[in-house]
Design a protein around this ligand. Structure first.
Ligand SMILES: Cc1cc2nc3c(=O)[nH]c(=O)nc-3n(C[C@H](O)[C@H](O)[C@H](O)COP(=O)(O)OP(=O)(O)OC[C@H]3O[C@@H](n4cnc5c(N)ncnc54)[C@H](O)[C@@H]3O)c2cc1C
Length: 227
């Protein structure tokens, strides 16, 4: 695995490669464009390509994702990832670019360690469906169960159990593909700057592949809001 130098300039460089929203589409695509929208239906946006993929397809997925990033970079197209596309500011709609829609699943609950590994494209409904029969719940999730788990990290949503803090506080580690196709592991002790930049970073720093998250027993009571 390649490791990145942890400088803010490197991160911004990667971000620009991923999210250069003013990139111009090749003229020949005009008649063939797909129109994507967000949940508001107020933001129809033409994209050059829309790729739907499962994040947990293993090596094939990784190879295909690298290839999509290389193709987009060669064509000077922006790339943006989305899951449910509920963000209503155009963050997941790359005009004239490559839109990637992820789906996924819970990969590995570890009840003893009180964690689970989950694909970034999984939705909260997938998480509950897997953890509930084991007597566990996500430590923090969003109010809507159709939102993507990776999306929740990328906006660092507060989630509904407010006393437990923002969602990011329940993320132990993650893997992310950078604009050059390399994969990095991030946590509070490894590539920590990238970890904090990508938490609420709108996906500008890389594509989240999977995350290791905290779980709690379903029967546990939330802490008092006043304590
Ligand atoms: C700054 C910000 C803060 C928000 N805070 C809250 C909040 O506290 N509570 C709340 O309920 N809602 C919040 N929202 C709304 C939030 O977008 C949705 O609640 C929810 O997270 C959307 O889920 P989704 O699957 O539709 O995400 P999408 O709209 O599909 O994606 C959300 C963002 O994450 C990026 N993204 C998604 N998956 C990946 C990935 N695997 N790799 C890289 N980037 C990815 C997208 O490009 C986009 O920028 C916030 C939105 C924004 C922009």
């Amino acid at each position: 695995m390649r490791h990145i130098r942890s400088t803010r300039r490197d991160f911004i460089g990667g971000a620009l490669a991923l999210a250069a929203s003013n990139a111009v589409a090749p003229g020949g695509l005009a008649g063939e464009r797909t129109i994507l929208n967000d949940a508001s239906r107020l933001d129809p946006t033409p994209v050059a390509k829309h790729w739907r993929v499962q994040t947990d397809d293993g090596d094939d997925f990784i190879a295909s994702l690298r290839s999509e990033l290389a193709e987009a970079a060669a064509a000077k197209r922006p790339v943006a990832v989305g899951v449910a596309r509920h963000s209503m500011g155009g963050q997941s709609l790359p005009r004239d670019g490559t839109a990637i829609t992820l789906s996924g699943r819970v990969l590995q609950p570890d009840v003893a360690a009180r964690t689970y590994l989950v694909s970034a494209g999984a939705r909260w409904a997938d998480v509950i469906r897997t953890l509930d029969p084991l007597g566990f719940s996500p430590a923090v999730m969003q109010s809507n169960n159709d939102f993507g788990v990776g999306s929740t990290y990328c906006v660092n949503a507060h989630g509904w159990p407010v006393p437990y803090g923002p969602f990011g506080s329940t993320v132990r580690s993650l893997r992310m593909m950078l604009a050059d196709g390399s994969i990095v592991e991030c946590s509070r002790s490894k590539n920590s700057e990238l970890f904090s930049l990508s938490m609420g970073g709108y996906g500008l720093f890389g594509i989240i592949l999977d995350l290791e998250l905290d779980i709690r027993p379903t029967c546990s009571s939330p802490p008092s809001w006043r304590s």
